[in-house]
Design a binder for this molecule. Structure first.
Ligand code: AHR
Length: 502
């Protein structure tokens, strides 16, 4: 029996964790994104050998080791918008002979192509994650894409397989996740949905499956609320794709010309940001409902391969580099979004936060030899226990967080059980000032609460800096008490909590 709401003087909530239907929360929901943009690749993952940090070749190993700890499952590359102006043959062979180009999308800087196909796949090997490559549809050709796939995946005698061997990699890379264009409605070619759906069919025809290297083709999907795009793709492409993407960014002010500061914001702006973030629930629900009509068996994945908060850049930094700080607010966005994805795991089988290092909602920021883990990184650390767990649906009844006559749910949650029978529950309290008392059975049955962790700090504007990198970090959490057949948890204001039951 759950305690009645009236029993509490503080805001109270109840939660019922149900037994699952077998839906698996794919670890690929926890994917990352690394574009040739600002300081994500260059001066991020890929460094000047003179920088005094551990490295393998030019790959920065403190970053690799931090990402291995949170077990990132896949890395999307080379874009983003960059993907549709990237010609892969510029990025293979002897580095000093590689063509230089201008990165027209991101700051007009020189791209020297020193980080190309082999370097990316070496990085994925070090990270122990799967590569997710976005092919060029916008300014490329079916032939160019076809040859890239042959170069990567064919194990035999062919012009491209031989070239790969000449370049030092006899074995095929067996890349599986394959993006057919990016944002084809915008920077990827300004196409209509109908035109792109035909282009997808054409390009995808020549992106071949080679023996033991079957592609999971992911079509460029809708932006935000563009349901017509999803409808058109499902109607004209349907099961010819493994996944259909969706991009949605949380812009604090809702105004792309003045998005709002990453660190300096009022409670009103905080509220509006969280309200926008939670729209992911509506987006996933409505895009999925369209997909359900054409694919009731849910074979085609919804792949949210760009998401996160997008603010104004840090003052004094290159506006084309999209470098932004990361606060406790970002952590609450990440955790709430991941809870939404978990709860829709029957359709959302993959997602990619934008972007891993030094760009947008980063996991990691660097300055010279220094590196810090952002609050968002710590969320991925807490949530890694959901990877490939079986979803346990939650029924939540919680008070609203209200401001200026508007309201949003204060609490969100998801739960899973892993292969050893351990239950993990992640809770987010978005209310910036009120603790919530939650009564729940936690679906634990005879299981007992064993451990709790919390990510919180004094203010939602708190950040980790190079001088103080441990302001927002994970700590032990014990405000869990046995109550009747269940437990009572005091979830502090603006906090992310992870509970374990065995
Ligand atoms: O992540 C930054 C950019 O946002 C990507 O290049 C593009 O796909 C999107 O518009």
């Amino acid at each position: 029996m759950l305690a009645p709401l009236a029993a509490f003087s503080q805001p109270a909530a109840t939660m019922k964790v149900e037994s699952g239907s077998g839906t698996v929360i794919s670890r690929h929901i926890y994917g990352q994104f690394a574009e040739h943009l600002g300081r994500c690749i260059y001066d991020g993952f890929w460094i000047d050998p003179k920088l005094p940090v551990p490295r393998q070749g030019r790959i920065r190993m403190d970053i690799v080791n931090a990402l291995r700890k949170i077990r990132i499952p896949n890395l999307r590359w080379p874009g983003g918008c960059f993907a549709d102006e990237y010609h892969w043959r510029d990025g293979i062979g002897t580095p000093k002979n590689r063509a230089k180009m201008v990165n027209t999308n991101w700051g007009g800087v020189v791209e020297d192509n020193s980080f190309g196909t082999h370097e990316f796949l070496e990085l994925c090997k070090l990270l122990n994650c799967e590569p997710y490559i976005s092919g060029n549809v916008g300014s490329g050709t079916p032939e160019e894409m076809s040859k890239w796939v042959e170069y990567l995946n064919f194990d035999g005698q062919s012009p491209m397989a031989n070239l790969r061997k000449q370049n030092g990699h006899p074995e095929p890379y067996k890349v599986s996740f394959w993006g057919v264009g990016n944002e084809s409605w915008g920077c990827g070619g300004n196409m209509t949905a109908q035109f792109y759906s035909d282009q997808y069919r054409r390009f995808a025809t020549f992106a071949k499956d080679y023996p033991n290297a079957k592609l999971k083709k992911i079509a460029a999907g809708a932006s935000d609320f563009d349901y017509n795009w999803t409808e058109t793709m499902m109607k004209n492409v349907g099961r010819r794709m493994w996944g259909l993407s969706l991009h949605y960014y949380t812009v604090p002010t809702g105004n792309w010309n003045k998005k709002g500061s990453a660190t300096n914001f009022s409670e009103e702006e905080y509220f509006n940001t969280m309200e926008r973030c939670l729209r992911m629930e509506e987006l996933v629900t409505k895009h999925s409902a369209i997909m359900d009509r054409y694919d009731p068996e849910r074979k085609v994945a919804l792949v949210v391969d760009e998401w996160g908060i997008w603010t104004d850049v840090e003052p004094g930094t290159n506006p084309g580099f999209l470098y932004q700080q990361n606060s406790m607010r970002d952590a609450l966005i990440a955790a709430s979004t991941l809870n939404i994805f978990n709860n829709h795991a029957e359709r959302v089988k993959m997602a990619n936060l934008a972007q891993t290092v030094n760009v947008l909602q980063s996991l990691i920021l660097t300055r010279g030899a220094k590196m810090l883990l952002t609050p968002t990184y710590h969320v991925f650390d807490l949530f890694k226990h959901h990877h490939d767990g079986k979803l346990l649906p939650v029924r939540l009844s919680a008070p609203d967080y209200r401001l200026n006559g508007k309201s949003i749910p204060s609490l969100n949650a998801s739960a899973s059980v892993d292969k050893d029978g351990v239950v993990h529950v992640t809770l987010v309290n978005l209310d910036p000032s009120r603790e919530i008392i939650l009564a729940s059975d936690f679906g634990a049955g005879s299981r007992a609460f064993t451990a709790g962790k919390i990510l919180s700090s004094e203010s939602v504007t708190d950040v980790n800096t190079f001088e103080k990198p441990e302001t927002v970090i994970v700590r032990e959490f014990n405000a869990v008490a046995k109550k009747g057949n269940g437990y009572e948890v005091k979830v502090p204001a603006h906090a992310v909590v992870m509970l374990t039951f065995r």
